[in-house]
Design a protein. Sequence first.
Length: 215
Amino acid sequence: FKCAVCKKAFRNRHQLKTHMQTHTGEKPFECKVCGERFTQLAHITRHTRTHTGEKPLLCIVCKRGFSDHSGLIRHMKTHSGEKSYKCSLCEKRFRLSQHLTNHMRTHTGEKPYECDVCKKAFSLKWTLKSHMLVHTGEKPHQCTLCDKAFTQRTSLVVHMRKHTGKKPSFPCAYCNKSMTCKRDLKNHERTHTGEKLSCRYCEKMFTQSGLLAKH
């Protein structure tokens, strides 16, 4: 089955029909919660989990749950410790190609993800997605013990401690580590993203806010 537009071939008619939507722009699957539309059923299924919080895919090592296969695969590499992606400018190494891509933007200053509402630009896709909640008012992270809901997962974690009495714990978005304060979390997450803080007086850059302050 061959596409009449780009001549790409497919095994069956269903695959061809799905592919044709990339040319027509048709998005037949609409999210009943937020109205966002998708070209494929698998995509809307994955998206719906951002509203429900469902994470059916479990890591066999630490049992952490994920909403999609790509997230689980990326996470599994954090257990192997392998860092096969190397920055050509500063020699820093990363476990995932996407982390290297994100890191390279700290050198180039590139911010490819722009908010459609306020035009603010971001270097990371998930940062833009998190920012968009400010405009939509959506609060996908629901407390299971009361009626409160939050835009950020970290805010929910902080809130849950009011119920449990546990010490502060800010979970990393990239691995299964948790920090006791937001500053430590931000410093830790920079080891994944490669993001650096720049000195306002010179061109020197730092991965930790404490090192920048000392400088």
